[in-house]
Write a protein that binds this ligand. Structure first.
Ligand SMILES: [Zn+2]
Length: 151
């Protein structure tokens, strides 16, 4: 802002900038004043130089960022592909299986006294153990869990 311009009737810098962007005063002063016209053309060439420089500097970065952003938006807007959903389901069922397995281990731990690790368990002994487990009338606690995942 310079008061001198206002007093002398010349356009202020703000008015010249406004004119560059098509919103300057429309009083026709530029047609009559070579001084203001010179200031305007200086401003215009300065603006063009700045725009060219920033365009050059941004060219690579901008293109890279824009493509990155496009990729992200595409990924967000797209529904999850079928293989991701399948993977999720597989993980869920694996986790459920792990839960059932852990429940079974817990059941065995709490209902059977841990036997000392027999270095060589005979087939007959194994059959006996399995038979005893089968005879156990109490349903295993994992039964309702398994029923949940049976469809
Ligand atoms: Zn002027």
């Amino acid at each position: 802002m310079n008061i001198e311009s206002k007093v002398s009737g010349h356009w202020t810098d703000e008015q010249l900038v406004g004119h560059l962007y098509g919103v300057g005063p429309g009083d026709g002063h530029l047609d009559a004043c070579a001084s203001c016209l010179a200031r305007l053309s200086a401003m215009r060439s300065r603006r063009e130089a700045v725009e060219k420089n920033s365009a050059l500097a941004e060219d690579g970065d901008f293109e890279f960022l824009a493509s990155q952003r496009r990729r992200i938006y595409r990924r967000i807007s797209q529904p999850a592909p079928w293989w991701q959903v399948a993977q999720l389901k597989r993980w869920a069922s694996a986790a459920a299986g792990l839960l059932v397995f852990a429940g079974g281990l817990l059941f065995i731990e709490s209902h059977h006294h841990p036997q000392p690790p027999a270095p060589a368990i005979s087939d007959a002994q194994l059959a006996q153990d399995v038979g005893r487990m089968a005879e156990d009338s109490e349903p295993p606690p994992t039964a309702p869990l398994q029923a949940l995942f049976e469809e």
